[in-house]
Design a protein around this ligand. Structure first.
Ligand code: BQF
Length: 283
């Protein structure tokens, strides 16, 4: 039986560290603010936004929620982003994705001030990640790195395979593993012999978005298996990209869904917001 990585416990530790820093900042009169913008009424997005607000409360940030109707125009959303860009109480701005179809993610993200872009989606921050010179780490990939660290596994020199090449997870994940000197392979829908490539991995990160696609034959005995997936299975139950039951004996370490990467994504968002605040106050 593999060791199950407890993302909730690791995230609680990270948040506790942040809470203590926030307390010290507050004693100096510094308040930390995160603006969370949600457009429309996608139920999953509403859950994610609620999770972010709860985490803000737990660490002592002020959170400012803007729930806009699905019919919001680009002009209206950009006006809000501009207002938040110029609001000194707001250290971080998060626009919950996906946006309704008539709004272009890219246009909105490009208009968030890079020093408030706590999701690290702005091209300036993406470029900094590529160079390895970053203030904000992309939340999910950063959370994955923390979970790998929590296992005591050294990334340097290891075979790392990332399944998926999205701009939000796959690509930045590969870059963070590379920065820690992993030997990194990014796989995707056109990859030949996916199973064999994955089975070489000492560290396997699954971020494809296909329920339970990764079965025991994809993994090497003793590998660290990190599941970024958030899917619904045939019974409507939340599940990852990894078939947990099938892989749990063979993996050395494995993350569950829920309770694996998800809570870490939120913890890293809190960390980025604290970083933004410290930069805004030079403290
Ligand atoms: C857990 C997200 C796909 C697309 C857009 C805790 C979250 C999820 C699960 C959460 C996610 C996924 C978020 C758990 C934020 C992670 O206990 O397992 C927290 O809130 N997430 C998001 O904001 O946008 C997404 C996944």
């Amino acid at each position: 039986m593999a060791n199950i990585i407890d993302g909730k416990a690791v995230s609680a530790q990270v948040k506790e560290g942040i809470r203590q820093e926030v307390e010290a900042l507050k004693a100096k009169g510094v308040e930390i603010g995160l603006a969370v913008v949600i457009v429309g009424d996608d139920p999953a997005s509403q859950v994610y936004v609620k999770n972010k607000e709860k985490a803000c409360e737990a660490v002592g940030f002020n959170s400012y929620k803007y729930a806009l109707p699905a019919e919001t125009t680009e002009e209206e959303l950009l006006a809000l982003v501009d207002k938040l860009n110029n609001d000194d109480k707001v250290d971080g701005i998060l626009v919950q994705l996906p946006l309704p179809k008539h709004l272009d993610d890219k246009i909105i993200i490009n208009n968030i001030r890079p020093d408030k872009d706590v999701d690290a989606f702005h091209p300036v921050n993406v470029g900094k990640i590529m160079i390895g010179d970053y203030s904000f780490l992309p939340c999910t990939p950063a959370g994955v790195m923390e979970l790998i660290k929590s296992t005591g596994t050294e990334v340097s020199g290891k075979e790392c395979v990332v399944i998926g090449r999205s701009n939000i997870v796959g690509k930045p994940q590969a870059m963070l593993l590379l920065h820690q000197n992993g030997t990194v392979t990014i796989t995707h829908s056109k990859t030949k012999n996916l199973k064999e490539v994955c089975a070489r991995a000492d560290i396997l990160v699954a971020a494809v978005g296909r329920a339970k696609m990764v079965t025991a034959d994809y993994i090497k005995e003793g590998a660290v298996v990190i599941d970024v997936g958030m899917n619904r299975d045939e019974n409507g139950k939340l599940c990852g990209d990894v078939d947990f039951e099938d892989c749990k004996e063979k993996a050395g370490f494995i993350t569950p869904v829920p309770g694996g990467v998800g809570p870490m994504t939120i913890a890293m968002l809190m960390k980025n917001t604290l970083t933004a605040c410290k930069e805004h106050h030079n403290s």
